[in-house]
Structure formats: C-alpha cells, structure tokens
Write a protein that binds this ligand. Structure first.
Ligand SMILES: *[C@@H]1O[C@H](CO)[C@@H](O)[C@H](O)[C@H]1NC(C)=O
Length: 326
C-alpha cells in the first residue's frame, strides 16, 4: 500500500470503499477504560518518542490507519506478514513504521495481555501522529477487532481500476456516505504526504497553465523526464512536516504536486473550488472537518463483539478467538 498511496494519492485508496459494505458498528471512546486504562497513554508515548527521533515517521504512522480501513475495512489485516500480505504488494520507503507499531503492541501486551486490538492501535496512532505534527486532536472511538487473514492483493488491483477524474472520485465517496466536503477535507491529509516522482512527473514537465512554472522547474532536477521514478518529495512543498492548511493554499497558487489534487481547484468555478478556498482561509474549519471525516473512516467495516480476534502480535494471526469460536 505504502508506495501507491504515499506516491499518488490515498484518495484512490479511499475509492476502494466502493467494494466493501460499511455496516455501522458501535464503538466507544471508553472501550479500554477498565480493561486497559493505560492503553491510550502507552500508545501516545510510543508515538511521541518515535516522532521525536524521526519526524518523517509521523506521516507514515498516520497513514497506516487509512490504509487499514480503506482496504477491506479497519481490521489490521494490513499489518500481517506473509506472502499475501497487503504490505508486500507494493514497495515501501519507510518500513520502520511497522517496528514502531510492534513496540507499542509489545508494551500493551505487557500491561494488559490480549486486550487491545492492532486496528485500534492504528486508529489512536493516527490521531497522536497528527497531533505531534501540529494538527487537530480528536476523540477516537474504540472497540474494533482484528482480522485473521490478509486481504487479497486483488483489493489493491481493484483500486487501480477505479482511477477516475474528480467527479468519479466524489461520487465514489458519496456512494459510501461521504459528502463532497468530507472528501475535500480528507484530501487535506496530503499536507503531510509524500509523492513518488513517477506519479507527478508528467505534471511537472508538461508546462500546462495550471502549474506554477518556477514550482515545476524546481522539481524537475530530482524527477527528470527519464529516470528518478522512485524519488520521493513532499506533497506540501511549503510546510512538509507540519499538519496545516498550506496544502489548500498551494492548490490556489497552482502548486499542487499531483494532478488529481490540483484538479480540485481550477479557479474557474470547479465543483470543489469553493471548499478548497474556504479551507485555505480557515485552518480551524479544516481541522474540525478533517477530524470528523477521519473518525468516519474509522468506522468502515469494523469487526466488533464476537467477530474477529485480538492479535497478540500484529504481524501474525495468533489472537484469541471470539466467544462464538471457543
Ligand atoms: C486529545 O484528546 C483526548 C480526548 O479526546 C485527550 O485524552 C488527549 O489528552 C488529547 N491529547 C492532547 C495531546 O491534547
């Protein structure tokens, strides 16, 4: 997942929600209040310590939750090792993030064995990473359980077939219950995203009127017409490791790195122009809408109650089974 999403756009990942139902489940912010009262503070200190050593881990840690939820539902199948593992289906420029999750999980297992699911860890890690990078804080609904198998790599191929224009993306979201506004707010996560040269090469060499020529020129050195495909660069060129609304301001200034992002602001009355403009002017509004939309993503196809397991090692299927299976 990592390369595809960090490279082009996790919007495309979001589109795969089309393939899966999103039954509403009951989650609660107090889920671990008695079973593991220290859970949230253990996760928070793990995230803090990782990001203080290497700030670039922040974006990678944040994105895990999205990848988890958007391919087959929030169930930590993303973290499973093995040949069919989702994480092996594409190149990864930052495998260290999985070690951070392993360390947090190990701490949690010491404190309260077999209680905190891997997918819930990812949801809290996402929030804590955004906070560490200067973004909004929000309350994380908890109580998801982990899957016992990896999703088929076909899930990823499915996403590729959905490559469409802006309107197709918006309607894909709408079918899943996300408004146009939520869609635009979620793209704001690109404020801390990285993109792979292969996915912005065309745009920076094409000399179209929707790109700032100086901006394009500065990027061409590391992403030439031939070669350099695997070079990574921040999507938000102004404040790459700060979670803020600069990504939207960049779009207004024709400094969107990815074409799919730039298409959200045309300056000619495009369908999302007004939303991009309002987020660029109002950081608080962006933070509020982003947080709400992320919480909604965290409800996609979750396993609760007797479904799924609590894995004790996020990389393996070794968890306690649900009561129905005992
Ligand atoms: C974020 O909000 C939660 C409550 O929703 C709170 O427990 C936590 O301490 C807050 N984090 C920070 C860094 O303020």
């Amino acid at each position: 997942m990592a390369s595809f999403s960090s490279s082009s756009s996790w919007l495309l990942l979001l589109l795969c929600m089309l393939f899966f139902g999103s039954a509403f489940a009951h989650l609660s912010e107090n889920f671990y209040a008695t079973s593991c009262p220290k859970a949230l503070s253990i996760i928070e200190s793990g995230v803090k310590s990782a990001i203080s050593k290497d700030r670039s881990l922040g974006p990678s840690l944040f994105k895990l939750h999205f990848h988890d939820c958007l391919v087959g539902g929030c169930d930590a199948s993303l973290l499973l090792d093995g040949t069919l593992a989702e994480k092996n289906t594409m190149p990864d420029h930052n495998p260290q993030k999985y070690e951070v999750i392993d360390e947090i999980k190990a701490e949690l297992e010491k404190e309260c064995p077999g209680v905190v699911s891997c997918t819930d860890i990812l949801s809290v890690v996402a929030r804590d990473s955004v906070v560490q990078l200067g973004g909004p804080n929000w309350t994380v609904p908890l109580g998801r359980r982990d899957s016992t198998k990896a999703n088929s790599p076909l899930a990823n191929i499915g996403i590729l077939s959905l490559l469409g224009g802006l309107n197709a993306q918006i309607s894909g979201f709408e079918r899943k219950g996300f408004s146009k506004q939520e869609f635009v707010a979620l793209t704001g996560g690109h404020t801390i995203g990285m993109a792979r040269c292969l996915f912005y090469k065309k745009r920076i060499h094409e000399k179209k009127s929707d790109i700032d020529p100086e901006f394009a020129k500065a990027l061409q050195k590391d992403c030439p017409i031939f070669g350099g495909d695997d070079h990574y660069t921040p999507i938000d060129s102004t404040t790459p490791l700060v979670f803020d609304n600069a990504y939207f301001t960049n779009l207004i200034n024709k400094k969107g790195l990815l074409q799919s992002d730039q298409d959200m602001y045309t300056g000619k009355g495009g369908v999302t122009d007004d939303l991009v403009l309002s987020y660029s002017k109002n950081n608080d509004k962006f933070f509020e809408d982003f947080a709400k939309a992320v919480v909604k993503v965290g409800f996609l196809d979750v396993l609760t109650g007797n479904n799924g397991v609590i894995r004790t090692n996020c990389r393996k299927v070794d968890g306690k089974t649900g009561r129905t299976e005992l």
